[in-house]
Design a protein around this ligand. Structure first.
Ligand code: 1GP
Length: 249
């Protein structure tokens, strides 16, 4: 079974899935080993790997280490073309459809596609929507695109519908890593009630309670990154798992 189908099955069985983002730039190789071990034990559903910058090098080596240790699917979430690696099970094949920058709409994808085919990892076509989240985010700056205003759920809904009609398999509502505020619940409701494809929500989610509210609004996958970098507590990881798996509560 492919990773996408596996994700759908997880969301159907548990109500929603919880994926932990590892930004290889933020973790030493030693710290990655113990973090992946904690994720394996936590009940989380998968590991995303990606980031906006690579200031430490060793990117591929760290992904290899994550894949070697992980008992869960490892899914690339590439911020740049250089983050594509054979040491993963799948990748979110992203198009930044909230923006109007052709590089992130289609140009990078044209460069990436033959490489993805060659290395044989599963591409999961994902419509990526950046949402305004208080302060400018790295994703916004690095992509040179304007995020969707957080008070305009109808704009997000229209983008999400277009994504569905274009055949994307996932919609990712992204407030940006370390966002001041997560994607508004009202926007998640507007998108999930208008579309039929699973909606991933990430960026600025710092508490299990927030994660639960977003799942109740219709999110099928929740991503956290920063909070588990700053609070390296297995209990917090398990609390996120419990909050997201609403069918197991
Ligand atoms: C970023 O959505 C992810 O792409 C995670 O964001 O680091 O704020 O949890 P945080």
């Amino acid at each position: 079974m492919g990773i996408y189908q596996n994700l759908l099955d997880i969301a159907a069985a548990k109500g929603a899935g919880y994926l932990v983002l590892i930004d290889p730039d933020k973790w030493s190789e030693e710290a990655i080993v113990s973090f992946v071990h904690r994720i394996n034990q936590s009940g989380a559903d998968g590991i995303l790997v990606g980031g906006s910058l690579n200031t430490q090098g060793l990117w591929d080596r760290k992904i290899f280490k994550i894949k070697e240790m992980a008992k869960l699917p490892v899914i690339l979430f590439p911020g740049t073309l250089s983050q594509i690696s054979e040491h993963a099970d799948a990748l979110l094949f992203l198009s930044l459809i909230s923006g109007r920058n052709p590089q992130f709409l289609i140009a990078d994808q044209v460069h990436a596609a033959p490489l993805v085919k060659h290395i044989g990892i599963e591409p999961i076509s994902t419509a990526y929507l950046l949402v305004e989240s208080g302060k400018p985010t790295t994703a916004e700056f690095m992509s040179g695109t304007r995020p969707i205003p957080r008070t305009k759920p109808d704009i997000a809904m229209a983008h999400a519908l277009a994504a569905e009609y274009l055949g994307f398999k996932l919609i990712y509502l992204e407030a940006g890593s370390g966002a001041e505020f997560p994607v508004p619940v009202e926007m998640v409701k507007a998108v999930t009630s208008a579309t039929h494809i699973p909606v991933v929500v990430g960026g600025g989610i710092r508490t299990p309670e927030t994660a639960r509210l977003l799942v109740e609004a219709g999110a099928r996958f929740i991503i956290t990154g920063n909070i588990l970098e700053s609070i390296r507590d297995p209990e917090l990881l398990r609390a996120f798992v419990q909050a997201v798996h609403i069918h197991e509560a």
